[in-house]
Structures are given as C-alpha cells and as structure tokens.
Ligand binder design. Structure first.
Ligand code: SF4
Length: 312
C-alpha cells in the first residue's frame, strides 16, 4: 500500500513570530552592542539555538541585561513593570510583543479605566498571561482574575456590576468558547471581544489540524513542548480521534509508532520553522512516505511592521 504525507495549511510561522525573529536578526545586523532577549523570543528550540549561535543571549530577567546591550522583549509580551524598568535603565530596547497580544493588553487597560473587573482566560504561568496580568493598572480600583477551567469560574467571587473578559491568544478555540459560555451563565452582563482574543494564526492552524485529522491515521505536530499553540494542535488531533505526536524535529519521531500509517499528517505550530517540516519529510522518505500532498492552500497574508528604528 503506498504511503503518503499530507501537509496541513496553514502551518508554521505566523506574522507575530516572523516579526519577533526579524527584530532580533535586524538588531544583530544593525548594532555593535551585544543583543539580549528576555525570555525565549518565541517558544521554539531550534529558533532559539540558531539565534544563540549568531550571538544572541537569552535571559530570564531584565536585571541580567548589561547597560551597554540592546534588549528585546519576547513575542509573548511583558508586564508594565518590565517595560518601566527598561525605560529607567535607559538602555536601547525593542518590544517584539506580537501586536495581537498588545491588543489584549490595551483591552485590559481600557476595561480597568471604565471601572470593570476583568476575567482573563489563560494558562497560569505562561509568559503571555504573566504579561497580560501585569498590564492591569496598579492604581485601579478594579481587579483582574485568571481562570483556567470551570472550577475557577465557579469559584469566582466578583461583586462589581461591570465585568469584562479577555483571553490568551493561543488557547483551544473550542474549549475557550465553552468557558466563555460558562462565564456568561454566571455573569450575564459580562462583556468581551466579539468572539474571543484567540489570534488568527491559532484559529487557522486549529481549523487545519481538524481537517488533517479526518484524513490521516497519525498526525505529527512540529513544535516545542513549551509552545502553547503547538500543544493545542496535538490535543485537538487527539480529540478528533487521531494518534498525534508533538516533535521538535526528526530526532523525536517514534518510527515504530508511525510505521503502519498509510497517511501521515504533518502540521507545525506558529513558532516552528518550515525548515524542520522539510527535514522531517526527507527523514520519512526512506520509510516509504514518498508522496507529499498539500491539504489546502495557505491563504494567510497577515504581516506586522517592524519598529521604525530597525527598518532598512
Ligand atoms: S501565535 Fe498569534 S498571538 Fe502568537 S505571535 Fe503568532 S499571531 Fe501573534
């Protein structure tokens, strides 16, 4: 029986990841100072390793960045206190926060200004969530609450009449809709974005992996285990009843587990480079996967501008 690879579309890099990596690379090209990035610029092992080879230093906190360096914040966004500290230190810094995360930051600030308590749906400890929580103004009379699941919603104790919700950008679309429904049942007047704050890239990759899961016996999701949207793709494929593996690259492929699949689906999280997809395809060729089919066209056209100081 001939074996085939089916490629999801869209897959891999989104506009926010492209921009964040460009910011780091252009900073390396343009400035003589060392380039430091606070947190992994995007959650992908290969991207980080490649940038490290070019001389970029990744640190956890801004205190670790020397005064003479160029500092960059990761695509996940930072709390206001981190930005304030960078400004106080007076070093050159660039904010690689994805504009779609910044949009959520602005929503938090707007709701707080209007006197609304805010419920953030997101994963505790994820850098994007830490950054978004840290955008709630310290001097506000309102509060911000993080919820991850139904239990958290049940336990929410909010007395303010005005309540709003926002969401992390890389969540499961279906699970988030269910949580929003639960919020609306508990707080019928709660307001939020027209649907949620899940970004176009997360939404499109989830739609594509659903389609892929219907056609394939196994789905390989290329992405690092720190990547929220890659994890959601694996979970979604499994929810659709298809065996799925999250792999950083060809070295993680469990050949025994996939060898009997006649159709093997491949997708990649928003921070995973296409180079790894092609590498995986080459690795699979001698195993009999010699035909490659695209499931659909990639119609994504979104791009985000670089900071003006980095434009050529
Ligand atoms: S996954 Fe979405 S929010 Fe995250 S960087 Fe890409 S476009 Fe921006």
């Amino acid at each position: 029986m001939p074996k085939e690879i089916v490629l999801a579309n869209p897959r891999g890099f989104c506009a926010g990841v492209d921009r964040a990596i460009d910011i780091v690379e252009k900073s390396l090209e343009k400035f003589d100072q060392p380039v430091f990035v606070r947190h992994q610029v995007v959650h992908n092992k290969k991207v980080v390793e490649d940038l490290e080879k070019k001389g970029v230093k990744f640190v956890k906190e801004i205190e670790e960045i020397p005064d003479n360096a160029v500092a960059i914040f990761s695509a996940h966004g930072v709390s206001k206190s981190v930005e304030d500290e960078a400004r106080d230190r007076k070093f050159m810094y660039f904010d690689a926060t994805c504009p779609l995360v910044t949009k959520v930051h602005l929503e938090v600030q707007r709701h707080a200004r209007k006197g609304r308590d805010i419920v953030l749906i997101g994963h505790k400890g994820h850098p994007e969530v830490i950054g978004t929580l840290g955008r709630h103004p310290e001097d506000s009379d309102t509060n911000i609450y993080l919820v991850e699941n139904y239990r958290d919603i049940k336990e929410l104790d909010i007395n303010l009449k005005e309540i709003a919700y926002v969401t992390q950008t890389t969540l499961s679309v279906d699970d988030t809709q269910d949580l929003i429904k639960a919020l609306l049942e508990k707080f019928p007047t709660i307001i939020g974005p027209s649907a949620d704050d899940i970004c176009y890239a997360t939404q499109n990759r989830q739609d594509a992996v659903k389609q892929l899961s219907l056609e394939c016996e196994v789905v390989l999701v290329i992405g690092s285990n720190t990547s929220s949207n890659s994890n959601r793709l694996k979970e979604l494929a499994e929810k659709c009843g298809t065996k799925s593996f999250l792999i950083d690259g060809k070295e993680d492929i469990d050949v025994e587990a996939i060898k009997n699949a006649t159709s093997l689906g491949i997708t990649a999280g928003a921070s995973a480079p296409e180079e790894i997809v092609q590498d995986v395809i080459s690795f699979l060729y001698p195993l009999g996967y010699q035909s490659v089919r695209n499931l659909s066209e990639n119609n994504e056209t979104m791009t985000f501008k670089l900071p003006k100081e980095l434009l050529d």
